[in-house]
Design a protein around this ligand. Structure first.
Ligand code: UD1
Ligand code: CA
Length: 448
């Protein structure tokens, strides 16, 4: 491995005004630090090192085994933070990328280009810069008359002329590893009592070594998050990126600004998303679907050619050619087979509806297994809870459940059986029979 990655995340993030560590604030549903960790994995093909301090345990719990952790017990500056990674990294690769976990818009492509520049640099480091009207408190890039980088001056230490500089330090560097590990311990302490990583630039220049600089092609990538306003701005850009990627992959969005897709979701071509759609968590959406308006789908798998309108779908599985809504609620363990129709004000939980089953209006189906082409009449309910435990309802193929039927579980209805409107079914109904009344009595279905 020639490249290693160090991501700094030990700061408190005071300006977030939060009890949650800054890098755990969510961006498009994922902790902010997750983006940097994913990028680090993509770049190195291994585990990046995450330097943690404030909220270290919380961060470990949220990010898990995807990176190696080092603890910076006292936040003595960005240079001091990288120094903590020495024991883990001094034998890992000829070059080290270092960046800050609060810049989730920074892409792997950009960091790869940075590393490539450094591989061609005779000097010990290359850094990313950005030209921006609003300096946002970033360090200023001081260049010499020949155009080379001379130093980075932090805003607090900058003279008025330096403050006017609009070329800024993004906060991403590629170092020659030997230089980094040998020079870090020699960083001077700043007037604020911190060890600034950015002082390595002055050290290199002082020795006559060349510092490379790569200007960002997309300035938005430099957006670091320090406040909740920055968080919301970044979220908007990230969401736009995700949406653009899916549109380029063949998904139609009527109004992308109102479509929220988390990075963990996947979609297929020729699906159309109407306004106000949220696709979250580990969800997959097939092709030829029409989703929305006003639809929420989380941790669910949706097949091809489905239509889901103004509905809530959570931890459910939906096969092909299924129609849902408006105003349907699929809860954990709902499984609708191909061709199911679920109309308005229906709720399904921990239940399987067989191919072609229909429940058009106002039904609750919980802990049930329903056969192919069964018809669930308006207002039918599985009474699955007796106050202590949940019980199963089993409904065969081609069963017709009359309107307002109460199915008191545990109960089984055989293939082709029927229930009368308003019946309360407390006993099993054999195949080809009819259940009517309160409590329901069984009759043999008349022929035809
Ligand atoms: C830093 C840079 C500045 C750059 C800006 C871009 C330095 C000295 N300054 O300033 O030139 O323009 O980022 O965003 O590097 N951290 C630690 N341990 C510490 C201190 C910080 O892990 O002891 C981490 C923070 O969690 C954060 C990152 O390092 O992720 C940057 O720290 P921050 O305090 O935000 O630096 P800036 O003042 O923004
Ligand atoms: Ca910052």
């Amino acid at each position: 491995m020639t490249l290693s990655a160090v991501i700094l995340a030990a700061g408190q993030g005071t300006r977030m005004k939060s009890s949650l560590p800054k890098v755990l604030h969510r961006l498009c549903g994922q902790p902010m630090a997750q983006y940097a960790v994913d990028t680090g994995r993509a770049l190195t093909g291994g585990s990046p090192v995450l330097v943690v301090g404030h909220g270290a345990e919380q961060i470990r719990a949220a990010i898990g085994e995807q990176c190696d952790y080092v603890l910076q017990t006292e936040q003595l500056g960005t240079g001091h933070a990288v120094l903590q990674a020495v024991p883990l990294l001094h034998n890992r690769g000829r070059r080290a990328l270092v960046w800050y976990a609060d810049m989730p818009l920074l892409t792997a492509d950009t960091l790869r280009a940075l590393a490539e520049q450094q591989s061609r640099n005779s000097g010990p480091l290359t850094l990313l810069t950005v030209v921006a009207d609003d300096p946002r408190g970033f360090g200023r890039i001081v260049r010499n008359t020949g155009g080379g980088v001379d130093a980075i001056v932090e805003e607090a230490q900058a003279t008025p002329e330096q403050k006017a500089i609009r070329e800024l330090n993004v906060g991403a560097y590629c170092f020659d590893a030997d230089f980094l590990w040998s020079e870090l311990p020699r960083l001077p302490v700043s007037p604020k009592g911190e060890y600034y990583l950015t002082d390595l630039i002055g050290i290199a220049v002082g020795r006559g070594l060349r510092v490379g600089a790569v200007p960002l092609a997309q300035p938005e990538e430099a957006m670091g998050i320090n406040t909740r306003v920055h968080l919301a701005e970044t979220e908007t850009i990230m969401r736009r990126r995700i949406n653009r990627r899916w549109m380029e992959a063949g998904v139609t969005m009527i109004d992308p600004a109102s479509v929220y897709i988390e990075p963990t979701v996947s979609l297929s071509p020729d699906t159309t998303l109407w306004p106000n759609v949220q696709l979250l968590g580990h969800s997959t959406i097939g092709s030829g679907c029409v989703i929305g308006p006003n639809t929420f789908i989380r941790h669910s798998a949706i097949g091809d050619n489905c239509a889901i309108t103004a509905s809530f779908v959570e931890e459910a599985k939906v096969e092909n050619d299924v129609h849902i809504g408006p105003y349907a609620h699929l809860r954990k363990g709902a499984h609708l087979a191909s061709g199911v129709h679920m109309g308005n004000f229906g709720e399904v939980k921990e239940s399987y509806l067989g191919p072609g089953a229909k429940m058009g209006h106002f039904s609750y189906i919980g802990d049930a297994r329903i056969g192919a082409n069964a018809n669930i009449g308006a207002g039918a309910i599985t009474c699955n809870f007796d106050g202590k435990s949940k019980h199963l309802t089993t409904i065969g193929d081609d069963v017709f459940i009359g309107s307002d039927t109460m199915l008191v579980a545990p109960v089984t209805l055989g293939d082709r059986s029927r229930t009368g409107a308003g019946s309360v079914v407390t006993k099993n109904v054999p195949e080809d029979s009819l259940a009517v009344g309160v409590p329901a009595r069984i009759r043999k279905k008349s022929a035809g």
